[in-house]
Design a binder for this molecule. Structure first.
Ligand SMILES: *[C@@H]1O[C@H](CO)[C@@H](O)[C@H](O)[C@H]1NC(C)=O
Ligand SMILES: *[C@@H]1O[C@H](CO)[C@@H](O)[C@H](O)[C@H]1NC(C)=O
Ligand SMILES: *[C@@H]1O[C@H](CO)[C@@H](O)[C@H](O)[C@H]1NC(C)=O
Ligand SMILES: *[C@@H]1O[C@H](CO)[C@@H](O)[C@H](O)[C@H]1NC(C)=O
Length: 300
């Protein structure tokens, strides 16, 4: 049994038998209305990690001394994460706010969102990447269709056996499909933690490093609230995870829909809209970087 604070809301039996390379009894857990106090540890710059007493609001800050970051206590093997974020306002040039899932080790998997700051009034860049078995280099970058520093907006990662989908306010902007049948590795065996951090990357973040961090504006602060994780929890003690439990006493069918979720035609239309209007970099069309031809996944 795996515990994640007091927020385990349901355990259910899923009909899908997932082929994840080993056969175990697994536990599906939906986590709602997460509590930052209970579900995360500060893993960097602890003094700059502030959580409201009720656990609902988190702020990370960056000053000349240090940035800050948090890491989930739980590990997940597939999941859907929604988090509301308000980015560093004003002159945020040089700062990077991150939110990502990652496993550990040399051949790690990772699903990355990094928000690259900018001068007041200039657009943030949402930088995304996907690592599979240690191999990344799959950058796609986007402008947002709103000012991400004015209000909270929802940023989501769906990671299930079929695909990874990154969404902004419910609009999918990127999909990385399971293309194992074409010989491309897919994250499905290494459990991941959920991380977030705020750090200084003035060497490269804003206009490729041209604009440096203005430390007179410090501390820089990013705010988080209302996150939820629906996930298959990984149990390190039994080295097991998945979403197939013997326990069907609490079987809310809606709680597991993310595990089979796939983009429908309207989702695909919306990805096209986002990519046509807001994508500013796509490794799959960078001919200078890949003169010998694009990576295999670009053609599927
Ligand atoms: C089954 O799920 C219910 C509701 O989530 C929980 O109270 C109960 O302890 C679980 N039983 C086992 C054997 O895990
Ligand atoms: C729980 O869900 C499974 C799979 O969808 C279904 O076969 C089973 O009948 C459900 N059990 C209950 C008690 O609703
Ligand atoms: C910052 O603003 C400039 C000018 O509008 C733009 O070219 C750049 O993409 C923006 N974002 C970053 C992170 O540099
Ligand atoms: C919290 O997030 C969920 C989605 O994860 C959303 O449905 C809900 O409206 C949000 N609540 C508030 C108060 O913003």
């Amino acid at each position: 049994m795996v515990h994640l604070g007091t927020h385990i809301s349901s355990t259910s039996l899923l009909s899908t038998t997932m082929r994840i390379g080993f056969c175990v009894t697994l536990l599906f857990v939906a986590v709602v209305a997460g509590n930052f106090n209970q579900d995360f540890d500060a893993n960097w710059g602890e003094g700059n990690v502030k959580i409201s007493p009720n656990g609902e609001l988190l702020t990370l800050s960056l000053d000349k001394t240090t940035g800050s970051g948090i890491k989930s206590k739980a590990q997940y093997l597939f999941g859907k994460v929604d988090i509301q974020l308000k980015l560093v306002p004003g002159n945020s040039a040089g700062t990077v706010t991150t939110y990502y899932l990652s496993s550990e080790g040399k051949n790690h998997d990772e699903i990355d969102l990094e928000f690259l700051g900018n001068l007041s009034g200039d657009p943030y860049v949402l930088h995304t990447n996907v690592f599979t078995e240690g191999k990344g280099g799959r950058e796609q970058q986007f402008y947002l269709w709103f000012d991400p520093t004015k209000d909270f907006h929802t940023y989501s990662i769906l990671w299930n056996p079929q695909s990874i989908v990154i969404s902004v306010d419910g609009t999918p902007i990127r999909q990385f499909k399971n293309m194992e049948s074409s010989g491309i590795a897919y994250p499905k065996e290494q459990p991941m933690w959920l991380y977030s951090s705020l750090w200084d990357a003035e060497d490269w973040a804003t206009r490729g490093g041209l604009i440096k961090t203005d430390w007179t504006q410090a501390p820089f602060v990013a705010s988080y609230k209302n996150y939820s994780v629906q996930a298959c929890l990984w149990s390190p003690s039994s080295s097991s995870s998945s979403c197939n439990s013997n326990n069907n006493s609490d079987n809310s069918s809606s709680s597991s829909s993310w595990l089979n979720e796939a983009l429908d035609s309207s989702g695909l239309e919306r990805i096209k809209w986002a990519q046509k209007n807001y994508m500013i970099y796509n490794y799959c069309s960078d001919k200078i970087r890949f003169p010998q031809g694009f990576p295999a996944e670009c053609s599927s």
